[in-house]
Design a protein around this ligand. Sequence first.
Ligand SMILES: Cc1cc2nc3c(=O)[nH]c(=O)nc-3n(C[C@H](O)[C@H](O)[C@H](O)COP(=O)(O)OP(=O)(O)OC[C@H]3O[C@@H](n4cnc5c(N)ncnc54)[C@H](O)[C@@H]3O)c2cc1C
Length: 398
Amino acid sequence: MDPVVVVGASLAGLSAIDALRAGGHDGDVVLLESAPSLPSDRPPLSKQVLAGSMEPEAARQPLAARLDELDVEVRWGTRVDSFDAASLQLRCATGTELRASGVVVATGAAPRALPGPTLAGVHVLRTMDDCLALRADLDRGPDRVVVVGAGFIGAEVAATCRELGLEVTLLEGAPAPMVRVLPVQVGSFVADLHRAHGVDVRLGVGVEGLDGADGRVRAVRLADGTSIPAEVVVVGIGVVPGTGWLEGSGVPLGNGVTCDETCLAAPGVVAAGDVAEWFNPHFGERMRVEQWEHAIEHGAAAGRRLLAGDGPGAPFGSVPWFWSDQYDRKLQMAGRPSAADEVHVLEGSLEEHRFAVAFRRGDRCTGVLGVNRPRHVVQARMRLAESLDWAPIEELFT
Ligand SMILES: Cc1cc2nc3c(=O)[nH]c(=O)nc-3n(C[C@H](O)[C@H](O)[C@H](O)COP(=O)(O)OP(=O)(O)OC[C@H]3O[C@@H](n4cnc5c(N)ncnc54)[C@H](O)[C@@H]3O)c2cc1C
């Protein structure tokens, strides 16, 4: 029998293999990964590894330990170039072709870059190599680091650089940081937090381009005609789902791989993690979630879906969960609020930088965010997993 082929050896891919084995699949599994060796766990790359408080090897350990337990043939340095969903045939950049009995798409996402020529001193952050290259530039003691984009990676990088004693400017086109995951009112707290730590936060600013000399970045040019001198620039303006190899394959693509509520994209093809958009029946909406714990749960659900074969498979309903560490604050959020949701402060206050807030849309609670309030968020997460009704969440805090 042809092997199950898993493309992408990170959280979602390894979790899918876990679930396949746990569900009794004893046939061959081949894992194809474009990186030359096991990818690092990513969260420490904007936090401890960048700060120098964790060795790179330690960030590789979590995935290495999981891989050791799996009975799988791994092919490192093997980028899949194209795929035909009708025949489940994959073609690798090496020229190798492979026919699969089932395929797990777990190719994650890649950072967006700013247009323009490549300049030394300009960084994105996704891999261990990205992290070590940035760290080397920070070790040279630049006069100023400019972070373009105040999403959670940009905000974490700004915090880490500040804690290393560097001058930091954080630029964001939106009216508040982290607006993709937080309503503006709450995102504004992130701006305050950074300002309180001495970051020059500029909101609602457009970046026109980068100026360089001798191949190295010198300044960030803004849409209002001004420039900010910069020796190091970190670009955190979002990611592009890793679907290039699926163009023309017959796998439906939209905001990533388009899956049904069971993680199925096409017969015999499932997708999970950062690359996959699916219908989340718990929220009654389609979503693509770029979060660590989601990649694990989604990968496992995709593995189980493959085992269900031609059967209907189980819907994957979930309450997304993420955390972000900035200075001495731990942000934890359960759920999926949108910018338009009402914000209810349940504990503490935004001004104190220690609070729990819930997001409300009609009779539903769409999420709960805690800042240094872990117990509250964990409890709310359990309630949200039972139902999104507003009343039980309000009760929890009264
Ligand atoms: C710096 C950083 C910090 C983060 N911090 C947090 C955090 O604090 N909290 C949180 O919840 N989330 C965090 N995340 C997000 C989290 O790490 C991701 O959601 C998670 O890694 C997604 O896992 P994945 O398996 O879907 O994809 P990925 O981890 O992106 O893995 C995809 C793999 O597929 C491989 N691949 C891609 N294309 C091909 C191809 N054509 N052929 C073969 N292989 C291919 C890639 O090399 C990669 O190894 C962070 C992410 C980053 C980058």
